[in-house]
Every structure is written in C-alpha cells, then in structure tokens.
Design a protein around this ligand. Structure first.
Ligand code: MN
Length: 207
C-alpha cells in the first residue's frame, strides 16, 4: 500500500495535535469534541461531497480556496474548503504548554508592534470586537506583521498571504464554556494557549 497523497481530495480530518482534555480549563474537552469532531469534520465531509467528480477533485486545498474565492457560484465549495484549512491551521495554533516566539519572530514583533504585549492586546481586541462569526489573525503582509480579522469562512490564504496564527471567534469555539463572554475566551486563549513555536515556524517559512 502506498502512502496516500494528501495534496488533493478526498480530504481527511486531521487528528488534534493534543489530547481533548489538554487545553482545559481554557477550552474544555467537550468544546473540542464538538468543534473538531462535529464542526471541522462536517466541513471536511461537505467539501468531499461538493468536489466529488468535479474539476476540484484533483486540486490541493489551497488551490481550491484560491480558485473559488469571490465566485458566487462556487461559494459553498469556498466556504467549506476555507473552513477546512482554517480549522486545520487553528488546532496547530494552540498548545497546552507555554511557548515563546523565536529570536527572529520576537525581533519582528518588536519592530512592528513595539512589544509582544502590544501585539497580544491588538489580537485580543480585533478578535473580541469582530462582529459576528469569523477569525482573528496574525499575518505577514508586505513584509510586515499585521493583525487582522476576517468574516465567516474568509481566510488570508485565499490571497496567498502568509498566516502565523489564528483565533476562531465563531460562537461554536467558546459557547459551551463561556456562553456569550467572547472576551473572556479570547483573553484566556491568547494568554495561555497560543503556540508561538508554530508561529515561529510559519514566520521562518514565510521569509
Ligand atoms: Mn470553528
């Protein structure tokens, strides 16, 4: 049996990179089991169903996202493909152990935000204040680190932007644990769970 080619569909649900209980109390096992096992899995299943026997079936996930972005007729494919990418990326942005930016990323943070504290403050504010469902991001645009937010399934990778970190602010990411208190969830996640090792790897690849 040859190893399956993961660059195109049918896509599979990647396992969580940590145990379901590992992020409690910031994110409970119950939230993770629904978020990963129902929501993320649902996007994967929907996408596979939508692209079956179409030209998209032979394409990599990021190609599907780029090709369908802004195309009203392909909106369902875009939404599900983008949510598959966003969630697969998001799990890697979380870590049960404390991490720190690499020297290189730390220097870029100091250059573009003044300090790690200032970056965290901006990421918390953008994520908390985002209206409705969406995502908060740390990205590189034009050689500079930037915090931004996107609505619904929208993702910076659609435009080929390099992403370092993301925060899921759809209600399904926190409602079981925090109900309407998005700010409390975002503050705890940014302070305790962000995986700066992963952000540093993404930064090194993006340079
Ligand atoms: Mn989500």
């Amino acid at each position: 049996m040859s190893p399956r080619d993961l660059t195109h569909g049918p896509f599979t649900l990647p396992p969580l990179p940590f145990a379901e209980e590992a992020l409690a109390p910031v994110i409970s096992a119950k939230t993770l089991s629904f978020h990963h096992g129902k929501h993320h899995k649902g996007y994967v299943n929907n996408l596979n169903e939508l692209i079956k026997d179409t030209d998209f079936a032979g394409l990599a996930l990021e190609e599907i996202i780029a090709k369908t972005h802004g195309d009203e007729k392909a909106k369902k494919v875009f939404n599900n493909a983008a949510q598959v990418w966003n969630h697969s990326f998001y799990w890697n942005c979380l870590s049960p152990k404390a991490t720190q930016p690499s020297k290189d990323l730390g220097d870029a943070i100091a250059r573009d935000f003044g300090s790690l504290e200032a970056l965290k403050k901006e990421l918390k504010a953008k994520s908390t204040d985002h209206f409705g469902s969406g995502w908060g991001w740390l990205v590189i645009e034009g050689g500079k680190l930037k915090v931004k937010d996107t609505r619904d399934a929208e993702t910076p990778v659609a435009a080929g932007t390099s992403c370092l970190l993301t925060v899921d602010v759809w209600e399904h990411a926190y409602y079981l644990d925090y109900q309407n208190a998005r700010k409390d969830h975002v503050d705890a996640l940014v302070e305790k769970l962000l995986n700066w090792d992963f952000a540093s790897q993404n930064f090194a690849k993006a340079k």
